[in-house]
Design a protein around this ligand. Structure first.
Ligand SMILES: [Zn+2]
Ligand SMILES: [Zn+2]
Length: 156
């Protein structure tokens, strides 16, 4: 079976380990090769037929569609006053200082450069300023990453 939800594969692997069953034992139980279980746990279910996958799902009580449809609940929107100054959401604006952390490219908004007077438009590039996190709607603070949802303010 193809197009398996990787979350399903991961949860089966975790459940198998928690139950202290080897891949080989599990394979014998559901009727396939150990290598097929190994591939499956890596997210590749092409060596397993639907029947075997249904057995795995049933054995560990993990729904095959696990993780696909359940939408992530939105973080609670904090009720707090919006800051006087906003940030510029334009990743190419010089007011956003690019830097790298752990191979990830981020931009730290300089709100005093983008919005020295508490206006509506970026003083550097003219983009409409934001005072809320674009991801969760929390009021912005100094720094590059929202402390409520963990997403960067500026999408680089
Ligand atoms: Zn700007
Ligand atoms: Zn946020």
């Amino acid at each position: 079976m193809t197009n398996l939800n990787p979350d399903f594969c991961r949860k089966i692997r975790e459940a198998r380990r928690a139950a202290k069953i080897s891949q080989g034992e599990l394979a014998a139980e559901v009727g396939c090769n150990q290598s097929a279980i190994s591939m499956f746990e890596q997210g590749d279910g092409t060596k397993l037929n639907d029947d075997v996958i249904a057995k795995l799902s049933k054995k560990f009580g993990i729904d095959i569609s696990t993780g696909t449809s359940a939408p992530q609940p939105a973080p609670a929107r904090p009720i707090a006053a919006l800051p006087r100054s906003g940030f510029c959401p334009n990743p190419n604006c010089p007011s956003n200082q690019r830097y790298e952390v752990e191979g990830r490219s981020l931009a730290r908004p300089d709100r005093s450069a983008a919005d020295p007077v508490g206006g509506r438009f970026c003083a550097v590039c003219g983009e409409v300023l934001e005072r809320r996190c674009p991801n969760c709607g929390s009021p912005v603070h100094d720094g590059a990453i929202c402390s409520f949802c963990g997403e960067p303010y500026v999408m680089v």
